[in-house]
Design a protein. Structure first.
Length: 146
């Protein structure tokens, strides 16, 4: 049984209410509950964490280094395009991860088209809405088997 942790960045606590035409109508609770069910069905443990504060991610990534976390699913929201600090923390954690974005970053503003994490991730899933999280979990399960 692997321990999988989903990290959700700033403003994702407003999913379902904030710009549903871009991010969809699923709430963060909806997404986390589906992920929990998928993980448990595959024999794994799922935890999630959301914060609007950069230092919270640094701290949880430092913990993930030693707390048995075996895989991360990350959507750092706006920090994707700005945070070298979180990039350094995820590298220090040495836990494999997949980056997920609800919207297609490449159809959005130019500044959203750069990710500080894409080049160090196992892979990135963009533009598939909430389904991206479930697809990331399937890829994580495959990665953990190998």
């Amino acid at each position: 049984m692997a321990k999988i942790l989903a990290l959700h960045g700033p403003n994702l606590n407003l999913l379902g209410h904030r710009e549903p035409h871009i991010y969809g109508s699923d709430t963060l609770q909806d997404i986390n509950e589906r992920c929990r069910v998928v993980c448990e069905g595959a024999g794994h443990k799922f935890n999630s964490f959301q914060s609007n504060a950069e230092q919270d991610f640094v701290n949880i990534l430092h913990e993930a280094r030693t707390d048995g976390t075996e895989f991360l699913i990350v959507n750092f929201g706006g920090f994707t395009h700005t945070s070298i600090v979180i990039r350094d923390a995820i590298l220090a954690a040495e836990v494999p991860f997949i980056e997920v974005h609800l919207s297609n970053l490449y159809k959005r503003e130019k500044y959203r088209q750069h990710s500080y994490f894409a080049d160090i991730a196992i892979g990135s899933i963009v533009g598939l809405g909430a389904q991206g999280y479930e697809l990331a979990l399937q890829a994580a399960f495959n990665h953990l088997k190998s």
